[in-house]
Design a binder for this molecule. Structure first.
Ligand code: ADP
Length: 199
């Protein structure tokens, strides 16, 4: 709910469609979701590199960076995690309005939070990318040693260990990082964007 009163939404004089036309491509949010260590960050950055190479206006919002700034007042309670995702969703929407392809790489474990974010976008703008990988493999990779800490009880409410991950039921794109290479995943996403006439 909006707390402030007497505020109105200002339509910008340049529309989203005009910005897209100037860029020569569409805009959308590539919303990555998956367990820690599944490969969200790795693939998001590889996609970003390829889009940049193709001359497409893009940007990546990645886990820890957002918590250093925008969301530094938030912790990992249920309420704060929800708010973390809500704010990232709102930021992603601004990027889409600005005509860019925005990639977000957050665990975002709860269906209700992701579905809430989906509702703020227009049809086709929210592209859910499920980075699917068995927990055992993510835990074996443990790139940031977070699973090890969670198993020792040094991190509480860690997704996959003592907090649930709710997989999407109808994601636009699924990537199996236990079977697919990073390059294969990038191709899949770029092809999707082409098929949808976003790029
Ligand atoms: P997340 O952002 O989901 O927490 P990261 O991208 O930080 O995950 O870590 C994933 C780890 O798995 C990296 O060390 C990456 O090199 C490794 N990895 C191995 N195979 C793949 C693959 N096919 N796709 C993505 N990452 C992979």
């Amino acid at each position: 709910m909006t707390k402030a009163t007497n505020i109105t939404w200002h339509e910008t004089t340049i529309t989203k469609e005009e910005r897209r036309a100037q860029n020569g491509h569409g805009s959308c949010a590539l919303w990555f979701t998956g367990l820690s260590g599944s490969g969200k960050s790795t693939i998001a950055n590889a996609v970003s590199k390829e889009l940049y190479r193709l001359g497409i206006n893009e940007y990546v919002l990645d886990g820890d960076n957002v918590r250093h700034g925008l969301n530094k007042d938030l912790g990992f309670s249920e309420k704060d995690r929800k708010e973390n995702i809500r704010r990232i969703g709102e930021v992603a929407k601004l990027f889409v309005d600005s005509g860019k392809i925005i990639t977000t790489a957050f665990i975002s474990p709860f269906i209700s939070d992701r579905e809430q974010v989906r509702t703020i976008f227009e049809e086709g703008e929210f592209v859910e990318v499920f980075v699917d990988c068995p927990l055992e493999i993510c835990e074996h990779r443990d790139p940031k040693q977070l699973y090890a800490k969670a198993r020792l009880g040094e991190i509480k409410n860690f997704t996959g260990i003592d907090s649930p991950y709710e997989p999407p039921s109808r994601p636009e794109i699924v990537i199996h990082t236990d079977k697919q290479t990073v390059e294969g995943a990038v191709d899949l996403i770029i092809n999707y964007l082409r098929e949808q006439n976003i790029i």
